[in-house]
Design a protein around this ligand. Structure first.
Ligand code: DGL
Length: 254
């Protein structure tokens, strides 16, 4: 069983990509929405939540855990890997593909405050900042929109524009989505950015990495599993929006 968690429903954007490549596995998705957002919380707080959620996922039978949250990956994955025998797959902001493909030489990164100041991100940034200009903004209010189930419309446009416009004004032709909530606002982001700007979501690469690790560890179901998605959604708070977003994902994939 694959355990997946996020501070809320954002990680479902990662589950969506995983289901495309591993449709026959068994999943338990945990949305920690009673404690969302993680973006402004201390690393210690996020590590404690990571431990509590890991204990829960293991008690339910998880064989591998996907930290479908950039903020939690940055703040807690090293600690969790140190303390637990189970394998953790984390998020990586897609700075590399953005930097290698940019034509203007400017890339934009949207992420939470926690991710942008974490050493993990700063290290990645350091590898490319001599080659391209990297412009960053916190997607202010993005997580809250998604947690309310608002993925488009005037309020979403206004909120997205405020954080995105400065990156576009800097000349960015690649926008990296460094928070797993943001892909749910992708249509709005792309509309505002225009057709010449490529929006990059690292989730497909994370899904491919998961397949690789599970294949190596012999965790892929040999019997093929059921032909319908075997997914359980659990939340620490109200699960209405998480379940609704999950339904949207499934309906769009059919
Ligand atoms: N979805 C998460 C991330 O990838 C966390 C957002 C938040 O809770 O602030 O960063």
């Amino acid at each position: 069983m694959i355990g997946i968690f996020d501070s809320g429903s954002g990680g479902l954007s990662v589950l969506r990509e995983i289901l495309k490549v591993l449709p026959r596995e068994k999943y338990l998705f945990f949305a920690d929405n009673a404690f969302c957002p993680y973006g402004e919380k201390t690393p210690q707080f996020i590590q404690d939540r990571g431990r509590a959620i890991t204990d829960y996922l293991l008690s339910e039978g998880a064989d591998i855990i996907v930290v479908a949250c950039n903020t939690a990956t940055a703040a807690a994955i090293a600690v969790l890997r140190n303390e637990y025998a189970v394998k953790f797959i984390g998020m990586e902001p897609a700075v590399k593909p953005a930097a290698l493909s940019s034509e203007t030489g400017v890339i934009g990164v949207l992420a939470t405050a926690g991710t942008l100041k974490a050493s993990k991100y700063l290290k990645t940034r350091g590898l490319y900042e001599d080659d391209v200009k990297i412009s960053e903004r916190v997607g202010k209010g993005f997580v809250e929109l998604v947690e309310r189930g608002i993925l488009d419309g005037p309020e979403a446009e206004e909120t997205v524009r405020q954080s995105l416009q400065p990156l576009l004004d800097d000349g960015a032709d690649r926008i990296v989505l460094g928070c797993t909530h943001y892909p749910f606002l992708r249509d709005v982001i792309q509309r505002i950015a225009g057709p010449d700007v490529q929006v990059i979501d690292p989730a497909p690469a994370v899904a491919r990495h998961l397949v690789h690790v599970m294949t190596e560890d012999g965790l892929i179901r040999e019997d093929g599993g059921p032909s319908f998605p075997d997914v359980r959604i659990v939340a620490s708070g109200d699960d209405t929006i998480a379940k609704r977003l999950y339904e949207t994902i499934i309906n769009n994939q059919q």
